[in-house]
Design a binder for this molecule. Structure first.
Ligand SMILES: Nc1ncnc2c1ncn2[C@@H]1O[C@H](COP(=O)(O)OP(=O)(O)OP(=O)(O)O)[C@@H](O)[C@H]1O
Length: 258
């Protein structure tokens, strides 16, 4: 594996009013690596992912992408995308009543020489994505189909495929398997596993430790806004993930955090 660091966050702090959501969080993700954030409810996982994806600005700390310092004052979802950081949300990632091709290219349309959207090209690329990323084949597959005709797993797959299409270096997935039928979960996990095969990286957040163990190369444990432990997949069993998470939950219960 290359040691090229895709993203490095250093000493992130973030508070929401009196709630200190993150305290001195530092992490880095290498090229070709899937890193998972594990932690109890309210530990700070989503806050970390939102800072990396440009949704939230930290109160202090710094971010480097591909070795370059990011100006956090001007960092946004749009800027993150331009730097190869894409986020796949649990839901609302695609517009229900829109045809698939529009969803794929929203905000990033391909334009012809006259400045018009190149619909034919976008549809062709969408069809390719449906076939390649989702493995959908046959006469029923169409770039004009509405998002509402796709299953939850297919939607997640398409959203991941979209990130790949735009050559995302880091795909952030916050609870991508929640609310999916069992048979679809396997499909989404397979999509996530294919990310490092293409030399790309992912940040994976899930409460399901079996899923986490299946896809991630490295686990970062978050507790009360701090990264308290990390371990490599090859040296950690699923049982150990459960034990450690239970330990943090028990500690916060003793402290009366919940
Ligand atoms: N917009 C917000 N306004 C106020 N407090 C917030 C906001 N977002 C998060 N918090 C608080 O920050 C802390 C960390 O929340 P965060 O959503 O990052 O946790 P999480 O680990 O993703 O939790 P979960 O697994 O339940 O989604 C929590 O105490 C939460 O209540």
């Amino acid at each position: 594996m290359s040691t090229h660091i895709i993203i490095r966050a250093t000493s992130l702090h973030k508070s929401f009013g009196a709630v200190q959501a993150l305290h001195d969080v530092s992490l880095s993700i290498k090229r070709g690596e899937v890193v998972a954030l594990i932690g109890d409810n309210g530990a700070g996982k989503s806050t970390i992912s939102k800072i990396l994806s440009g949704v939230l600005r930290p109160d202090s700390g710094s971010l480097q992408i591909n070795g370059d310092e990011v100006n956090l004052r001007h960092y946004s979802v749009h800027k993150a995308r331009s730097l190869g950081i894409e986020t796949v949300y649990q839901d609302h990632c695609l517009g229900e009543k829109q045809p698939l091709w529009r969803n794929i290219f929203v905000g990033r349309h391909i334009r012809n020489g006259l400045g018009f959207i190149d619909v034919a090209k976008e549809k062709k690329m969408t069809l390719h994505l449906l076939q390649q990323s989702l493995g959908l084949r046959g006469v029923g597959v169409s770039a004009d189909a509405l998002v509402s005709t796709l299953s939850g797993g297919e939607r997640q797959g398409l959203a991941i495929g979209r990130a790949m299409l735009f050559n995302s270096n880091l795909t952030i997935l916050d609870e991508p398997t929640t609310a999916l039928a069992v048979k679809e979960v396997g499909r989404v996990l397979k999509f996530v596993r294919s990310i490092p095969e293409n030399g790309k990286s992912a940040l994976f957040i899930s409460h399901n430790l079996h899923h986490v163990h299946e896809v991630a190369d490295r686990f970062l444990f978050v507790d009360r806004g701090t990264i308290v432990h990390q371990s490599l997949q090859e040296k950690t069993s699923v049982a150990e993930l459960f034990e450690r998470l239970e330990e943090y939950s028990a500690n916060s219960a003793i402290r009366g955090d919940k």
